[in-house]
Design a protein around this ligand. Structure first.
Ligand SMILES: *Cc1c(COP(=O)(O)O)cnc(C)c1O
Length: 455
């Protein structure tokens, strides 16, 4: 769209015909939204020409920003070469093969196989199929139950929404009855008087208690994001993952790491599982694998499972028309090449992320900031009225919504979850751009404090 004159018409048509995801449909039909029409580097532009610094990398996808010619070229080249062919019925294609190899090279050593999907949700559905098939082949069909966490996000198909722990989603759809949820490691919100480490141990041990309650012979797997993203960039207390690892190593269950946001550099290493030294049996990826330019997701499957799945024989009765789509895989391959050859993840971790984290920590002096937490290029800022008691500014996340709107108006795209502002800027930001982000967020905090009458 090139003409600003057509914006009112587009907005009208959008309100009339387009049902938006995770949106109040009534409200949107009345008020509409904002049309984005182009993007460059780390900036997005709406149809009226307003520029915003994108502090969310699209939706946790565009870790390399919006101007990666090499990925665009790979996509257009592949469209001319082989725009589509399926991977069913003993067929394959070069980009799918090459991306599979590249993913095996960049993921932890236990992973030598990948199953492709189009999204993170489908990848988590695929995890359920793989886990059940694995235990069936081992002749242990009783192991069917999955343990997940409240306020986790694993996608929005029925299965992925069931795996997730978003109460609003569970309220609107009846989920799978074989998924059980334990507490999340969100100390700031739920830790009460416990120290973060005490709280981390307490909620980790719920995994052990839940396994005992359900019976180890009935539990197939535990699924978790290394850092909950959509839930509010919840950095677990230091005690949490070691305790979960101890439990997983003592109990006979599989561990699925959902790396859809943490993967491809977000937390400072290639995968969150490396940042936290987890040893997952399955790893879900999507989003940044193609830098968001084309939909693609998948599951990395460890040797522990493939040893059984391949030896077992018989058809694995699961697949998607677009599993291993050549254009999506070409985009993924080019993304991995840019990440690897440019040393982007290592440079972001050693230079940009420390600057990002320390500049954000300066906001802890702000009167309405209760906590700044983060890891790598991933952060949250909790808003409070009273720092000591962690009392909130206003009920129903109202203050964070106000702050988000103020930030957006000021030219910064950030999100709000609960009472926190959350950020995941592109890994290709430079330090001056990080300074701009912190400055813009600071102004939004000032406006929010003034709005609630706090000096
Ligand atoms: C976004 C997300 C998903 C779902 O991916 P879609 O591509 O939207 O289906 C799954 N898990 C996590 C951790 C996510 O952030």
């Amino acid at each position: 769209m090139n003409s600003t004159a057509s914006t009112p018409r587009l907005r009208q048509l959008d309100r009339s015909h387009h049902l938006h995801p995770f949106t109040d449909l009534h409200d949107y039909a009345e008020k509409g939204g904002r049309i984005f029409s182009r993007a460059e580097h780390i900036y997005i532009y709406d149809s009226e020409g307003h520029r915003m610094l994108d502090g969310m990398s699209g939706l946790w996808c565009c870790n390399l920003g919006y101007s990666q010619e090499r990925i665009m070229d790979a996509i257009t080249h592949q469209l001319h070469q082989l725009p589509f062919y399926n991977n069913f019925f003993k067929c394959s294609n070069q980009p799918a093969v090459e991306l599979a190899q590249a993913l095996v090279e960049v993921t932890p050593p236990q992973f030598n196989h990948v199953f492709f999907t189009n999204s993170g949700s489908e990848a988590n559905d695929t995890n359920l199929r793989l886990v059940q098939r694995y235990y069936d082949l081992l002749d242990r069909p009783g192991k069917k139950l999955i343990i997940s966490r409240k306020n986790a996000y694993h996608g929005s198909t029925i299965a992925a929404g069931s795996l997730g722990g978003m109460s609003a989603m569970h309220k609107q759809t009846r989920g799978l009855d074989y998924v059980h949820h334990i507490e999340q490691p969100h100390w700031f919100e739920e830790g009460g008087d416990l120290s973060p480490d005490e709280f981390g141990i307490r909620v980790a041990r719920q995994l052990e208690e839940k396994i005992d309650e359900l019976g180890e012979d009935n539990v197939a797997a535990f699924i978790a994001e290394p850092v909950q993203g959509a839930g509010g960039v919840i950095i677990p207390p230091d005690s949490y993952w070691p305790e979960i690892k101890r439990i997983c190593s003592q109990r006979d269950i599989l561990f699925i790491a959902d790396e859809v946001i943490c993967g491809f550099g977000r937390t400072g290493r290639w995968f969150g599982s490396e940042t936290y030294d987890l040893q997952p049996d399955l790893m879900t990826f999507a989003k940044a694998v193609t830098n968001g330019y084309i939909p693609l997701g998948g599951v990395m499957v460890s040797d522990k499972l493939t040893d059984v799945l391949l030896a077992g024989g018989g058809e694995f009765a699961h697949g998607l028309t677009y599993s291993g789509h050549p254009v999506a895989c070409a985009a993924g391959l080019a993304t991995l090449q840019v990440l690897r050859e440019g040393g982007i993840i290592e440079r972001a971790a050693s230079e940009i992320a420390p600057h990002f984290q320390s500049r954000l920590r300066e906001l802890e002096d702000h009167p309405i900031v209760g906590e700044v937490r983060g890891r790598g290029m991933f952060a949250a800022v909790e808003l409070v009225r009273d720092k000591a008691s962690r009392q909130r500014l206003a009920p129903e996340s109202e203050a964070a919504i106000f702050c988000r709107d103020a930030a957006n108006e000021g030219g910064l795209m950030v999100r709000q979850t609960g009472n926190a502002m959350i950020m995941a800027p592109p890994l290709v930001c430079n330090t001056a751009e990080i300074d701009d982000l912190v400055e813009l967020l600071g102004r939004a905090l000032d406006r929010t404090a003034a709005h609630y009458g706090i000096a």
